[in-house]
Design a protein around this ligand. Structure first.
Ligand SMILES: [Fe+2]
Ligand SMILES: [Fe+2]
Length: 234
């Protein structure tokens, strides 16, 4: 890790606190007051309030809406970014981090298309989570308005890596709390795709290899703190 990492990078590189129970999961979300739609659903009965303001239970629906909140963010990020950089060659010409790795023309000219695939995956995640929540009788959160701090393709792919790593750690943190086995299966199938997105973006950012043998899981408050930097309104 170098000194020129962004504040977001430092949050991601530094946090490695494993989620221990449902209480800490919920307390973090309530404390931050972010994710209004999500929290209002918690308050409306799917979660049980106990002593003080703390909630001790988070349902599978809560976790699904938490995941959906992140998937909306990811999808909007790619949808907006790819429309900002419409020229396929913007990425290849921009000296994108890791560009020399893409000297192989088949890779070099595929970057934009791969990013389109990532965007399509995010859209599929949004649809699947929305449908799952509806099937379980829940009320799926909608997309928010976002503001992503990038101007160039290089900054875009750097932020993409950050967001993918956040997604991977969020699923790792929430997964152990899921009760319904079918929901666990769905979450795992998304989790590994997010990890593959992170690997692809890692290649573009010259971070070819994982930092260690174990990836961190992040609690909801850690993830919401990062994601909220990009949410303008809900
Ligand atoms: Fe996703
Ligand atoms: Fe992703």
């Amino acid at each position: 890790m170098t000194d020129d990492n962004t504040p977001v990078d430092r949050v991601i590189d530094g946090a490695n606190e494993l989620l221990t129970d449902r209480r800490s999961f919920m307390a973090g979300a309530a404390k931050l007051g972010v994710g209004g739609a999500l929290l209002s659903q918690f308050a409306s009965g799917s979660a049980t309030a106990q002593e003080g303001d703390e909630m001790s239970e988070v349902s599978d629906l809560d976790i699904l809406n938490y995941a959906l909140t992140l998937e909306h963010l990811e999808y909007s990020f790619y949808e907006e970014g790819l429309s900002n950089f419409e020229e396929l060659r913007d990425f290849e010409r921009a000296g994108t981090p890791g560009g020399e790795i893409f000297d192989d023309p088949s890779l070099q000219y595929g970057t934009y298309n791969y990013l389109e695939s990532v965007r399509d995956h995010e859209e599929a995640h949004v649809h699947t989570l929305t449908e799952t929540i509806e099937k379980l009788g829940g009320d799926p959160v909608g997309a928010a308005e976002y503001q992503f701090p990038y101007e160039t393709p290089e900054e875009f792919v750097a932020l993409a890596l950050t967001l993918e790593n956040v997604g991977v750690s969020a699923y790792a943190g929430a997964g152990p709390l899921i009760q319904n086995e079918a929901v666990v299966e769905a979450a795992l199938s998304i989790h590994s795709v997010e990890a593959r997105h992170a690997a692809f973006l890692g290649t573009l950012n010259e971070r070819l290899f994982p930092h260690g043998a174990f990836d961190p899981a992040r609690s909801m408050d850690e993830v919401v703190a990062i994601a909220s930097q990009f949410i303008v309104s809900e």
